[in-house]
Design a protein around this ligand. Structure first.
Ligand code: SF4
Length: 222
C-alpha cells in the first residue's frame, strides 16, 4: 500500500510538472487537449505565465519566451515547432526567413498573419535551433493546449513533424499525416511541412501547396 501511495504521489507530481492542475481521466489522455491545465482563464494571463516560465532548461538559454500572437478568439490557428533566433530576439513567432515564407503561404490562400493566431509547440528557443527534446515538449505542451481552449480555433494548420505529432498524438511520418484532415475534438487539423523545411527542400513546396488548398477548402466549403 505504501508503495502504491508513493507511486501515486510521483504520478501526480509528474502531471504538476507538466503544468496540469486537473488530472484528466484515462480515456481523455488520448486527446491532446486533455493536457489543458484549465488555468489561466485569459490569454493575457497565460502569456504572462509563459514569459515567466522556468519549467524546462530552455529558460536558461532564451532571450525571451515567445507565447504567440493573433486575435482571440480566432477561427484559424497556425502551430509551428519552436522559436528560432529572430523570434527569440523579437519575442514574436515566425518573423525570420521562415516567417516571411509563411506569410506568402498564407497570402496564397487569402489569409494574412493578422487574421490568424500563430504559435509554437515549444515557447522558448532551443539552442542552435535544434529540435526540442521530449522533456521540453512535455513541459511546454499544456500551454499550447490552454491556448487552443482560449483561442477556440475551428481549423489548425500544424507545420512540421513536431507540431503534427504533438497535436495528433501520433508518431506517423509527416509524409503520411499530411494531405488529410484530422479531427481534434471539433477542430479540423491539416498537417504540412514547416516553412523552414521548405526553404531547405524547395521540392516539397508542391506538396505544401496542395496541403494549403486542402486547408482552405475547410472554411471555403459551405
Ligand atoms: S520552453 Fe515552455 S516549458 Fe520550457 S521554459 Fe519555455 S515556456 Fe517554460
Amino acid at each position: 500500500m505504501k508503495n502504491f501511495i508513493k507511486l501515486l504521489e510521483a504520478y501526480l507530481e509528474y502531471w504538476k510538472l507538466l503544468g496540469v492542475d486537473r488530472l484528466p481521466a484515462y480515456p481523455e489522455l488520448k486527446n491532446f487537449l486533455a493536457l489543458d491545465p484549465l488555468v489561466p482563464e485569459t490569454l493575457e494571463e497565460l502569456e504572462k505565465k509563459i514569459k515567466a516560465c522556468r519549467k524546462c532548461p530552455l529558460h536558461r538559454t532564451r532571450t525571451q519566451a515567445v507565447p504567440g500572437e493573433g486575435p482571440c478568439p480566432c477561427q484559424i490557428m497556425i502551430v509551428g515547432e519552436a522559436p528560432g533566433r529572430e523570434e527569440d530576439l523579437e519575442g514574436r513567432p515566425f518573423v525570420g526567413q521562415a516567417g516571411r515564407l509563411l506569410e506568402k503561404m498564407l497570402a496564397s490562400i487569402g489569409l494574412s498573419r493578422e487574421k490568424v493566431y500563430i504559435t509554437n509547440v515549444v515557447k522558448c528557443r532551443p539552442p542552435g535551433n535544434r529540435t526540442p527534446d521530449e522533456e521540453e515538449m512535455k513541459a511546454c505542451r499544456p500551454y499550447l493546449a490552454r491556448q487552443i481552449r482560449l483561442v477556440k480555433p475551428r481549423f489548425i494548420l500544424a507545420l512540421g513533424a513536431v507540431a503534427s505529432h504533438s497535436l495528433l498524438l501520433s508518431r506517423e511520418p509527416l509524409s503520411k499525416l499530411r494531405g488529410r484532415i484530422h479531427q481534434l475534438e471539433d477542430i479540423q487539423v491539416v498537417s504540412s511541412y514547416h516553412p523552414a523545411y521548405l526553404l531547405r527542400n524547395p521540392r516539397a513546396k508542391r506538396a505544401a501547396w496542395e496541403d494549403l488548398q486542402l486547408f482552405k477548402s475547410l472554411w471555403a466549403s459551405p
